[in-house]
Write a protein of this length. Structure first.
Ligand code: HEC
Length: 176
């Protein structure tokens, strides 16, 4: 083999080899988000947005575009799913305590407001996950209202809630 061929193979071989190490797929065969929709009677429009932008990493059902068959892209996605699900899993939202539901609903609203979610790398590949101002507003207000209504219905008190109220009253005084 020529020197050049050896160099090319040394570079390519590991890349070829890693293609055989595939992460397990995150697919429970159920409609993603159904649990969340049933729990809170989520409006269709919001369900659609969450489906396009969040469920791939935060539910038990991920859509896998063709390029995720290539490693290390598949590995990176698997890592995001694992971390994402351990933070919030919309497929298991009904198993959270009221207190946890409230704090997660607020976290969702905050992360979207601060443009931290969906992840940048995900938006690069998923046009529909680049949320418009209107879509963000729908998520933010709906999640906050839902958190408030659980709070009122169940009388759950959390520290986060206090921070949240301070935050809104602060906003109100600024926006007069
Ligand atoms: C590409 C995968 C991916 C997508 C898509 C995604 N997330 Fe995440 N999400 C993550 C990861 C990974 C973490 C953990 C981040 C960390 O630990 O730094 C996370 C964390 C979060 C958290 C923090 C949870 C907590 O308890 O503080 C919230 C809230 C959240 N995501 C909401 C959303 C929402 C809402 C969407 C859709 C608009 C979304 N995410 C889309 C991967 C994703």
């Amino acid at each position: 083999m020529s020197k050049r061929k050896i160099i090319v193979w040394t570079v390519l071989a590991p890349f070829v080899a890693i293609q055989f190490i595939r992460p397990n797929r995150n697919n429970d065969g159920k409609v993603p988000g159904l649990v969340f929709v049933n729990l809170y009677a989520v409006p269709d429009r919001l369900d659609q947005i969450l489906r396009e932008a969040c469920y791939d990493c935060h539910s038990n059902n991920t859509r896998y575009p063709w390029y995720t068959n290539f490693q290390p892209i598949g590995w990176i996605l698997a890592g995001h799913i694992k971390k994402g699900k351990s933070n919030i899993n919309f497929s298991e939202f009904n198993s959270y305590s009221s207190r946890r539901q409230i704090s997660k609903l607020k976290a969702i609203s905050d992360q979207v407001e601060d443009n931290k979610m969906p992840l940048k790398s995900y938006k690069l590949f998923h046009k529909k996950a680049r949320l418009s101002a209107q879509e963000k507003k729908l998520i933010i207000t709906w999640m906050r209202n839902k958190a408030d209504s659980i709070l009122v219905n169940e009388g759950v008190e959390t520290n986060i809630d206090k921070g949240f109220q301070d935050h809104t009253s602060l906003k109100k005084s600024f926006c007069k």
